[in-house]
Design a protein around this ligand. Structure first.
Ligand SMILES: Nc1nc2c(ncn2[C@@H]2O[C@H](COP(=O)(O)OP(=O)(O)O)[C@@H](O)[C@H]2O)c(=O)[nH]1
Ligand SMILES: [Mg+2]
Length: 394
């Protein structure tokens, strides 16, 4: 295997090969199909006069796939860490072409499509996605994936990231190799597939798609519907602090705060008064909402500082406020709570430390005190996130 970290500048030497396309094929026990895949890829490159190489990233197959691939003319890279993403990372590290065309080792995709991907990349695309959804051959995709998993997940991705991509899991793609450092992909499993799309979109790259056909597989699928589905979903969520924290947090904070005011002033709703119990529930909702927003703002800051993400309104607002003003806002909220609490104590003293019934006001005071403190801690936490950045600049 070629070592990416070697100091002998092997990349420089290898670049001289002046290859246009590296076809990278991940392979885990695909003895039934791997030769045909490599041969077709190789033949397509040759027949279309595309200078290229075929790389098979063998993921520790024990059925002789690796040897078969090598015999069929592929460069075989060994990756022992299991996973679709790991296999691709190893294949990409060995690739020398300007472009990479990706595809499974199971004959579901047609390597005869390689020139179509190359044409889009030539025309300026950074990432080209296949879209199988309108050309799925009978028996090629289980109905759970075809009608439930895939469309739901794709819709969810587009809700969060507006990629416009119709088949987020599609395994046949083309990309410019020089975008890989920027993409900085980390997924070791199947989540590598959606990760690539959403990272490309977040970085504002030129992502295109066209229809391809999807054929039934030879050999057994390595995909595990629920495990891999969850890994994909998890990835989508953690890359979107807005969807994960800020939207639900704002809803909770908004509903909680309005409810507290209504309950606090004994406004009749649905023809009846709302007691202390509702006030407590509303107060807790407000606090959780504020907490979720704090986490969201912190996560957005992390994304901009360390994941190369574009600063959005939320981030700009946060950095405009800064540590000192953030502390100021927190202190004001805290002070507001303190004033309310002091009012309650004064009433109590006034009544000769007797019977007291200021529970609702006490809840309001507690909410202000807690959110005030939380704002102060969040302001500090965000400035901790910025420490490394500040150092790097000075
Ligand atoms: N799922 C999975 N696929 C792997 C792994 N390593 C390599 N692969 C290859 O990645 C490709 C995609 O897997 P596949 O079973 O076809 O998944 P599907 O296309 O989503 O049904 C195939 O060529 C596998 O041989 C691995 O650890 N897990
Ligand atoms: Mg497959």
């Amino acid at each position: 295997m070629i070592e990416a970290s070697s100091h002998a500048d092997p990349v420089g030497e290898r670049e001289q090969a002046d290859l246009k396309v590296s076809v990278v094929i991940p392979c885990l026990n695909e003895a039934e199909n791997i030769e045909a895949c490599v041969e077709l890829a190789r033949r397509t490159l040759d027949e279309n006069g595309i200078s290229g190489e075929v790389i098979v990233a063998d993921n520790g197959s024990d059925d002789g796939s690796g040897e078969l691939a090598a015999k069929a003319g592929a460069i075989v890279v060994e990756e022992r860490r299991r996973g679709y993403g790991s296999a691709y990372q190893a294949g990409f590290a060995a690739a020398r072409g300007d472009y990479i065309v990706m595809g499974d080792a199971d004959l579901t995709y047609d390597f005869g499509d390689i020139p179509r991907f190359v044409a889009q990349l030539d025309a300026g695309a950074d990432l080209v996605m296949g879209n199988r959804m309108d050309s799925i051959h009978p028996g090629a995709m289980p109905w759970l994936h075809r009608y439930v998993g895939n469309p739901l997940m794709t819709r969810f991705v587009n809700l969060l990231y507006r990629t416009g991509i119709r088949d987020i899991w599609c395994g046949m793609r083309g990309l410019r190799r020089d975008i890989l450092p920027k993409l900085d992909l980390r997924g070791l499993g199947m989540e590598f597939a959606p990760e690539m799309v959403l990272r490309a979109k977040k970085l504002g790259l030129d992502v295109r798609q066209f229809e391809i056909e999807y054929h039934p597989r030879g050999g057994e699928s390595k995909l595990s519907t629920f495990k891999d589905g969850w890994r994909g979903l998890r990835l989508l969520l953690v890359h979107s602090p807005t969807a994960l924290f800020i939207v639900p947090g704002s809803v909770m904070l908004g509903v909680g705060a309005v409810a507290m005011v209504l309950f606090g002033f004994d406004v009749q709703i649905l023809g009846r008064g709302w007691s202390l119990h509702s006030m407590i529930a509303a107060a807790l909702l407000t606090i959780v909402g504020a907490q979720a927003i704090s986490l969201g703002v912190s996560a957005r800051t992390f994304g901009v500082l360390y994941l190369n993400e574009a600063p959005d309104t939320m981030f700009r607002l946060g950095s405009r406020i800064g540590l000192e003003r953030g502390l100021g806002i927190g202190a004001l909220l805290f002070l507001g709570g303190l004033v309310l609490a002091a009012g309650i104590v004064i009433t109590w003293i006034d009544r000769g430390f007797g019977q007291l019934s200021e529970e609702k006001l006490m809840m309001a005071a507690a909410v202000l005190l807690i959110i005030g403190l939380q704002t102060i801690f969040t302001a500090f936490f965000i400035s901790i996130l910025g420490l490394r950045r500040e150092d790097a600049r000075s």
